[in-house]
Write a protein that binds this ligand. Structure first.
Ligand SMILES: Cc1cc2nc3c(=O)[nH]c(=O)nc-3n(C[C@H](O)[C@H](O)[C@H](O)COP(=O)(O)OP(=O)(O)OC[C@H]3O[C@@H](n4cnc5c(N)ncnc54)[C@H](O)[C@@H]3O)c2cc1C
Length: 276
C-alpha cells in the first residue's frame, strides 16, 4: 500500500497551517496588559470563592513576594561560599560553591541535594537555610564548574572550515564574575557584524571574517576566563588566617566589583539586517 499524503487524509475541504509555538505565544501575549501572564509558574491549586472569584495558587519560591530587595548577598567560608540574589518579584537565585578534589558522582535527586546543601551551610545565617527550604525541588541542580583557558598557540581556533564556535562551546569560564552568558551574547554580536558584509563578498571574505571574529574576541575572553578562575580561587581559600584577611580587608576594603568589571562594558552599533 502506498503511503497516504497529508492532503489525502484531510481532503480538499480542509487545509493545514503550522504556527511556530513561540510566535503564537508572543502574539497572544501582546493582546493582554503587561504583567498579566505569569510564565514558568506551576499551578498548585484552584480555589473557588463564595463571591465567584477564583483563586489560583502558584508554586513560586515566594508567592507573596520575595523580601530581599535588589542586591546580591554573598557569604564566604573556608573553601566554600554562597550567594543569593532576587531574579523576579517572587523568585530568588542562590548558589553554594565548594572545593572538591574531584567532581564526584552526578547527583540529581533534589532531596539529596537539599540535604547536602543544608549540611554544608548549617552554621550559616538561617536566612540562607530558609531560602534553600523554600526552593521547589525541580529547580535545584548540582554541576561541577569548569573552564577552558585559550592559551595562544596551543588552543584550537574558534572556527574551522565553515563552522565557528561562540559562547561556552569556545570558552567555558567559571561563573565567578557572572560573565559567561554575557560573553556568549557579545560573541554573537561581533560575529554578525563581521559576517554580514562578508556574506555578500564570497568564501574568502567569510574565512577572513571568522578569523577576525576570533582576533577581536580573544583579548576580552582569555583574561576574563583567567580572572574568573582567580577570583573563584581567592573566594574559596581554605587557610583560616588567609580567609580572615580576605574577609576583613580584601573583600570589604580593596575589592570593588564595579572596577573589576569595567572592561566588560560593551557597546555596539545596531546590527545589520541580513538574510542568508
Ligand atoms: C552556576 C552558574 C552560574 C552562572 N551565572 C552566570 C551569570 O550570572 N552571568 C552570566 O553571564 N553567565 C553565567 N553563567 C554562565 C552561563 O550560564 C553560560 O556561559 C551560558 O549559558 C553559555 O551559553 P551558550 O549558549 O554558549 O551555552 P549553553 O547555555 O550551554 O547552551 C548550549 C546548548 O546546546 C545544547 N547542546 C549541547 N550539545 C548539543 C548537541 N550535540 N546537539 C544539540 N544541542 C546541543 C545544550 O543542551 C544547550 O542547550 C553561569 C553558569 C553557571 C554554571
Amino acid at each position: 500500500m502506498s503511503p497516504k499524503s497529508v492532503f489525502d487524509v484531510y481532503g480538499n475541504s480542509q487545509e493545514v497551517r503550522a504556527v511556530e509555538r513561540r510566535t503564537l505565544l508572543e502574539t497572544l501575549a501582546k493582546q493582554l496588559p503587561v504583567d498579566s501572564i505569569c510564565f514558568s509558574s506551576k499551578l498548585a491549586r484552584i480555589e473557588e470563592h463564595k463571591y465567584g472569584e477564583t483563586l489560583l495558587e502558584l508554586v513560586n519560591d515566594y508567592p507573596d513576594g520575595q523580601p530581599f530587595g535588589q542586591r546580591v548577598n554573598y557569604i564566604y567560608g573556608q573553601g566554600i561560599r554562597a550567594g543569593y540574589v532576587p531574579v523576579s518579584p517572587t523568585k530568588v537565585y542562590w548558589f553554594v560553591c565548594f572545593n572538591s578534589p574531584s567532581p564526584g558522582p552526578k547527583i540529581t535527586d533534589p532531596i539529596v541535594l537539599k540535604k547536602q546543601t543544608k549540611e554544608l551551610i548549617k552554621k550559616w545565617p538561617s536566612e540562607l537555610q530558609n531560602i534553600v527550604d523554600a526552593t521547589p525541588d525541580d529547580t535545584i541542580i548540582w554541576t561541577p564548574l569548569v573552564d577552558r583557558w585559550l592559551w595562544p598557540g596551543f588552543s584550537p581556533p574558534a572556527s574551522l572550515g565553515g563552522a565557528v564556535l561562540v559562547g561556552d562551546a569556545w570558552h567555558p569560564m567559571t561563573p565567578n564574575l557572572g560573565q559567561g552568558a554575557c560573553c556568549a551574547l557579545e560573541d554573537a554580536v561581533v560575529l554578525v557584524q563581521k559576517l554580514a558584509p562578508a556574506l555578500k563578498a564570497g568564501p574568502m571574505a567569510i574565512e577572513d571574517a571568522l578569523r577576525s571574529y576570533q582576533t577581536e574576541r580573544w583579548p576580552q575572553i582569555f583574561p576574563m576566563t583567567v580572572r574568573a578562575n582567580v577570583v573563584g580561587a581567592v573566594l574559596q581559600l581554605e587557610n583560616p588566617v588567609v580567609c580572615a584577611v580576605r574577609d576583613n580587608v580584601l573583600v570589604p576594603k580593596l575589592i570593588r566589583l564595579g572596577l573589576m568589571l569595567e572592561h566588560t562594558n560593551f557597546e555596539f552599533e545596531p546590527l545589520p539586517q541580513t538574510r542568508v
